[in-house]
Design a protein around this ligand. Structure first.
Ligand code: CAA
Length: 264
């Protein structure tokens, strides 16, 4: 994951326990080009495969998280082009990363930028965060899961308003109130990213298999029907009783000491 990239930076930090990915095309507000898509997916898969990394932070350099898919690249595509080569398809792989993804959003998260943030498991926002799905204003619709995810995050009426008008962007405070984001971090962009890294480091200290099962179980509710989700949760819950970390965690609680997890 630390290969040299053109449109992002990717490094492991906090004694290699956290993967930190920064979108790095600030001159075009981190517009998501095809190269960028391939690099983000490659870096995330790299982090997912590194045993030391327990959680991943995604943020953007400059004043945007990402202002959407690169419109200059999309402009000349035809319907046939997109049918034969669905260029946005690879973005779906972000939601298949097994380790937790934390988005640190300060500034514009529009179109594909909003959709990328929503593919993450936790969104932390800075004061200048702005979410929106303006695709309708350029004659198209969201193409990276926005129509499906936004309605779950903010409800039908607000999601429809954003998607159908392309306006009424959502600020940081409203995003927290509605549950799109989990928390507002006051201060600079650097302070926001530092908070996200601290959260990732904390998660990285937990039992790795338990974290992966917890994320998969929550996503079962998010991605499927309730009954199916509850069944998957119960199966995972039972599976944690096969972990030494589970015995150790419970014993440590009763003995009033810190747990010493082996699998992390
Ligand atoms: N694609 C390509 N370039 C973009 C871009 C995008 N999505 N967003 C911004 N840029 C570029 C601008 O073209 C500009 O480049 P130049 O300096 O070469 O002209 C540079 O970034 C700075 O942008 P602005 O001058 O426009 O900055 P601003 O502060 O005046 O406005 C903004 C900021 C309101 C975010 C405005 O840039 C904007 O509306 N951007 C496009 C937002 C959008 O429509 N996103 C959806 C894209 S389609 C999509 O994402 C499809 C999907 O769902 C999968």
């Amino acid at each position: 994951p630390e290969a040299s990239y053109e449109t992002i930076t990717a490094e492991v930090v906090e004694s290699k326990s956290v993967g930190l990915l920064m979108l790095n095309r600030p001159q075009v507000l981190n517009a998501l080009s095809e190269v960028c898509m391939r690099e983000v997916v490659a870096a995330l898969k790299g982090f997912d495969a590194l045993p030391e990394v327990g959680a991943i932070v995604i943020s953007g350099k400059g004043k945007a998280f990402a202002a959407g898919v690169d419109i200059k690249e999309l402009k000349n595509k035809t319907m046939v082009d997109l049918f034969v080569n669905p260029v946005l398809d690879q973005w779906n792989q972000v939601s298949r990363i097994r380790k937790p993804l934390i988005a640190a959003v300060n500034g514009y998260a529009l179109g594909g930028g909003c959709e990328l943030a929503m593919m993450c498991d936790i969104i932390l926002v800075g004061e200048k965060a702005v979410f929106g799905q303006p695709e309708i204003k350029i004659g198209t619709i969201p193409g990276m899961g926005g129509t499906q995810r936004l309605i779950r995050e903010v409800g039908k009426s607000r999601a429809m308003e954003m998607i159908l008008t392309g306006e009424r962007f959502m600020d940081a405070k409203e995003a927290c109130q509605r549950g799109l984001a989990s928390r507002l971090i006051e201060g600079t962009n650097e302070e926001l990213v530092a908070e996200a890294v601290a959260m990732a480091k904390n998660i990285s200290g937990m039992s790795r298999p338990a974290v992966i099962m917890a994320k998969a179980a929550v996503n079962a509710a998010y991605e499927s029907h309730l009954e199916e989700g509850v069944k998957r949760e119960q199966a995972f819950f039972g599976a944690t009783f096969g972990l030494e970390d589970r015995s150790e965690g419970m014993a440590a609680f009763i003995e009033k000491r810190k747990p010493n997890f082996q699998n992390k």
